[in-house]
Design a protein around this ligand. Structure first.
Ligand code: GDP
Ligand code: ZN
Length: 458
């Protein structure tokens, strides 16, 4: 168990009005007193109060910055340790100076995620909640932040705990039979185990079913707009971005200058991929070729294929339609305000089951239909609920699947008249896998790995 006192800047780096330096550990208040000058000593103030004063160099007693200091005593703190938060002036220089004073007083620089790790180790939050903090910090859309927030508040944990409770009850039932076989209730017990296991499997399935939605909220629907030059791709992009408040714009990629743009369609985040390509070259197909655009489409969750209603279908259109028909595609027939250049009914025959939306972006017609179509495809028509619990973390999904498999083994065991103590093992394994989601009985290296994903100061 950590017993030293750690410190880090807990506000984002950069120019800001104020910055907060957080200290946590048994010595936090005593160490802070070494560098704090104010009316009273911090060790004498009441918990959860704010003091005005100055931070001074512990050796020279020179003033470093004018500050507000919040003293919070264990256990009613984020880490369940004594915590001191120093609000100092923002900007690199004052913050660094105060942080140096804090270290000079005897605190150790915190590792990334170490505050949250302590909160976990001290039982303040469970592992899935800690992971939600990571998701929250990283979330790119407001909805993803909401989902992460609910998880951080322990919604998923509650569901997992109630599932584990169900398994425990089943195990208890089973133990009675294994320990007292003379009761000769084996038939009855098998029946009860079967029913309970099936109910548990159903509930795990329900959670797993939220995974697709969870991923969508977390990462957005990767969306690619394709079509010949001049059909209206940029116009569509702009219409989507204008109608729907763009959530995040211009996240420069790491490798090339890919610009990702998020738009919020009825609560669903669309991540518009490679919009730079659309904007700059005006013609993705010509530039990268049908083969490569095919590959770009492989990574898309949604393809918006734009046709120009005012012109006859060209060979390029047909090729692209052919490619698009192998993906989740909505065909956007644009420029319906102009004289038709082709017979839409005829084209519908060619494209089979793909949904078609007629639009005039110029006249602002059809955008609603397109949004409806998107919601239909990804939410099965259901309005996304901000309250629901979504499983979105890959580790959780994999553990839920493992757990489901153990439950399935138990169910099949009952059907095959396998001895009850074998079924007991399956149920225990299921219980164990679920436990790993909330951090019950997880190995230390996994914990280290999870918390190392945090940024510094969290
Ligand atoms: P892109 O090359 O596919 O990105 O096409 P743009 O979005 O740049 O549009 C090409 C041209 O078509 C522009 O002059 C647009 O104003 C025009 N345009 C876009 N949508 C419509 C529409 O619905 N009706 C008409 N008449 N023109 C449109
Ligand atoms: Zn354009």
């Amino acid at each position: 168990m950590d017993t030293d006192t750690i410190a880090a800047i807990s506000t984002p780096l950069g120019e800001a009005g104020i910055a907060v330096i957080r200290m946590s550990g048994p010595e936090a208040i005593r160490l802070a007193d070494r560098i704090y000058q104010g009316k009273v000593r911090l060790s004498e103030v009441e918990s959860h109060t704010v003091q005005y004063g100055h931070i001074v160099d512990p050796d020279t007693k020179e003033r470093v910055d004018e500050v507000l200091v919040t003293v919070m005593r264990a256990p009613r703190t984020f880490t369940r340790e004594d915590v001191v938060e120093i609000s100092c002036h923002g900007g690199m220089i004052p913050v660094q100076n105060v942080l140096e004073a804090v270290f000079a007083a005897g605190a150790r620089p915190a590792e990334p995620g170490e505050f949250t790790k302590r909160a976990f180790l001290n039982g303040r939050i469970d592992l899935s909640q800690a992971e939600a903090v990571i998701d929250f910090i990283r979330s790119k859309t407001d909805r993803a932040a909401q989902v992460a927030m609910h998880q951080a508040q322990g919604r998923l944990s509650q569901l997992i705990q109630s599932l584990r409770q169900d398994i425990l009850e089943t195990l208890a039932h089973l133990a009675v039979n294994v320990d007292y076989p003379e009761y000769d209730a084996e038939q009855l017990t098998a029946q009860v185990i079967l029913e309970k296991s099936q109910k548990i499997e159903q509930e795990i399935d329900q959670l797993l079913n939220t995974a697709r939605q969870g991923k969508i909220y977390r990462e957005g629907i990767a969306t690619v707009i394709i079509g010949r030059p001049n059909v209206g791709k940029s116009s569509l992009l702009n219409a989507l971005a204008h109608e729907n408040k763009a959530i995040v714009t211009e996240i420069p990629g790491t490798t090339r200058d890919v610009i990702e743009e998020y738009v919020n369609v009825r609560g669903i985040p669309l991540r518009l991929v490679d919009t730079a390509g659309i904007r700059e070259t005006e013609d993705v197909v010509e530039k990268i070729g049908v083969e490569r655009s095919h590959r770009a489409l492989e990574e898309a969750d949604l393809v918006l294929m734009v046709l120009n209603y005012a012109e006859p279908l060209s060979e390029d259109d047909r090729k692209l339609l052919q490619v698009a028909s192998q993906h989740t595609t909505i065909v956007v027939v644009n420029k319906t305000d102009l004289e038709p250049g082709f017979d839409l009914e005829e084209v519908k025959q060619e494209i089979g089951d793909l949904p078609v939306v007629r639009m005039s972006i110029k006249k602002e017609e059809g955008l609603n239909r397109l949004e409806e179509e998107i919601a239909q495809l990804f939410m099965e028509g259901k309005a996304p609920s901000a309250d629901a619990t979504y499983v979105s973390n890959a580790r959780h999904i994999s553990l839920l699947k493992q757990s489901k498999q153990h439950i399935r083994d138990a169910i099949e065991g009952v059907h095959a008249d396998v001895p009850l103590d074998m079924i007991e093992i399956d149920l225990k394994n299921a219980w164990q896998s679920l436990g790993e989601i909330i951090g019950d009985a997880v190995k230390e290296d996994l914990i280290d790995q999870i918390f190392s994903q945090f940024c510094l100061g969290k």
